[in-house]
Every structure is written in structure tokens, then in C-alpha cells.
Write a protein that binds this ligand. Structure first.
Ligand code: ZN
Length: 183
């Protein structure tokens, strides 16, 4: 069993209170891929974990002053090293999509799983991240079969004009081929 009660058995767990119950607990039918780095374009710190825990220190970096009170999260965070960190059970609603719409249905947080890649729109993702993302995506699709390949999207796809992640650097063709081979 790779996923127990919505938790990947192999991931690192990080504390996070930025979540609530899904309105329809059995409706998990979309996977959303994002990127994040704090400060932007800088990798390797624990600032994302601290941010999702609501404990980002606004004095540590000027950028943090504008975001430290924002309450957001994702289910998973994949570091540049390929380490997978889980903040929220897939069975609960993480707060990653914001104002969003997929095929005419709004409030994508209600029915989606969010994965953040440590990265930026214009910086290539690492081999380790593609490998880890493929693995967790296959595990998620197995546990939640309503997530088909056509229901894996980027944040930019569900919030166009407002969001651009995972950006031009993300290789969708490669990712989709790897996931298909695994199935
Ligand atoms: Zn995003």
C-alpha cells in the first residue's frame, strides 16, 4: 500500500494547519502541478515548509513581508533533490489553487490534489524531480482512479491570466510519457 488514509507511506511529513474538509470527500478527480521557491528563484532552504506552516519570518527577507500572513498549502512538495514532503492528507482539502476553474467547474481545491515543485517558471526542473513526480503521480492515479491523464493540469491552466506555474520550463511531454509507461 503506497497511500494510507491519504498519506504517502514513503514521504516526509511536515506540519501544516492550512487545510479543511473536502465538501465531497469521495470526489478527488484532478491533479494540479505548481512551482514555488522562497525567496523566488532560490532553492534549498526550509522556507516553503515554514510558509505552509504559517511561520514564515517577515524579517528574514523583504519578499516575505508581503506573503507571511497568506494561508496556503499543498498536498505535496517535491524538492530539487527529489525528496517528497507531504503537508496535507489527500483526503482533505489543501489550499493551493485559489480562484480557479477546470472545464467550467470552479473551486478546484474542492476536488483536486496539489503538488508543488521547488522551482521557477524559467529554470529547468531536476531529473530527481521528474522521477519523484512520476512515482507519486502513478501512486495517486492508482489510489484515485478518477484522476486520468487528461485531468492532470498546471496551475496556469486552471487560473489563466493570474498564474503561470509550473511555467515553460516544465516538460509536459516528457512527464506524460513517463506516467503512461508506468501504468
Ligand atoms: Zn501554483
Amino acid at each position: 500500500m503506497d497511500i494510507l488514509q491519504g498519506w504517502l507511506t514513503t514521504s516526509t511529513r511536515a506540519p501544516c494547519e492550512h487545510y479543511d474538509a473536502r465538501p465531497s470527500p469521495n470526489d478527488i478527480s484532478l491533479l494540479v502541478i505548481h512551482n514555488i521557491s522562497l525567496p523566488p528563484n532560490q532553492f534549498g532552504s526550509d522556507h516553503v515548509e515554514t510558509f505552509f506552516a504559517g511561520k514564515l519570518d517577515p524579517t528574514e527577507h523583504p519578499f516575505f513581508e508581503s506573503i507571511y500572513q497568506v494561508r496556503v498549502s499543498s498536498h505535496l512538495y517535491i524538492r530539487r533533490t527529489g525528496e517528497v514532503v507531504q503537508f496535507v492528507s489527500f483526503e482533505d482539502r489543501a489550499w493551493h489553487a485559489g480562484v480557479s476553474s477546470f472545464q467550467g467547474r470552479t473551486r478546484c481545491n474542492d476536488f483536486s490534489i496539489g503538488i508543488e515543485l521547488e522551482g521557477a517558471d524559467n529554470i529547468h526542473y531536476t531529473e530527481e524531480q521528474y522521477i519523484a513526480l512520476k512515482q507519486v503521480t502513478c501512486q495517486i492515479m492508482h489510489a484515485y482512479p478518477n484522476i486520468s491523464l487528461g485531468r492532470i493540469v498546471g496551475h496556469a491552466d486552471i487560473a489563466p491570466g493570474r498564474k503561470t506555474d509550473p511555467g515553460v520550463a516544465f516538460d509536459w511531454t516528457r512527464f506524460r510519457q513517463q506516467v503512461c509507461l508506468q501504468q
